[in-house]
Ligand binder design. Sequence first.
Ligand SMILES: [Ca+2]
Length: 330
Amino acid sequence: MGLVVVLVSCASSGNPTPPSPGTTTALTGPVVVHTDVDLDDAMAIMMMLRADVNVIAIAVAGNGVARPKYGVPNAQGLVALAEAEDIPISYGADRSLLPSGEFPKAWRDLSTDLGGVSIPDATKPPDSRSAAALISDSISGSNEPVTVVGLAPATDLAIALRDDPEIVDNINAIFLTQSGRVNSPDAPKLPVSQLINWNTYIDALATAIIVESGANVTFVSSNADRSDPIKKMPIRELQQVGNPYAEFVANEATALRNAGRAFFWDPTTTAVAMQPSVCTDMVRKPTRVVLRGGNRFGLRVVEPGWREVDICLEADFEQFQKVMLDSLSE
Ligand SMILES: [Ca+2]
């Protein structure tokens, strides 16, 4: 159902021509990106910017993988590399609505310099608004419904929806990365549709607010972190494209692999948003987020009577690779 809604909304929002086979993206309307500027976020953002997705704002989480001091400058360097410096970028809240901990130190350290991959210096100052205000203003000020691609703990998006609930009427869809199992030894063993995911674990109340907002929400809980996925990242093909954008993404993928972090959750979420057919197993489930209760904290429970969300359980990696390569070959 969610996919149908997305496609109908795109078709009715001033761009009546459906994407032809081979077109990089079905994501034709305005997009707000919420990111914690980890290495895989950087890859995802570069895909969108080079595929000419209409990114109207980049809100940088302050409680995600990148520490606040580094996330915004790195995002500014990314847009400079992609020649998209006019996109406003702002600082997010550095505290979750329901604090529970933080990402592993090694991940945060690696993101400080994007794994040692060089990017240009910022060419513009950051936007002076908070990330939540930037999200809210970008959505309410848009002439077309906005799609939100959320690649981080969702605090800023939740603040925007909490403080300005009517913006939901101008949201086309919200895609949220919900891959990446929190490896707590006493966490219950559950199917991927209900796992305790890092982004929700860091701020479970934020995810709950978004689910309850009534927006058209898709969780991407894909298989991008299972079965040696880095082999599915087309590093060699990216190196052969021969432009600085594909080279950047190849270098980020290599840095992730060298750090032993063989996953690419956020590029998968982004590819699903850009081309829904990348998701080959989408289910729709009434979903509640557990906000208290020891080892079940942050768990997404399928429970009748709660808001329904779409959950992508499997991505097709051949299609993923095609979206990534097509994006970065332009
Ligand atoms: Ca991320």
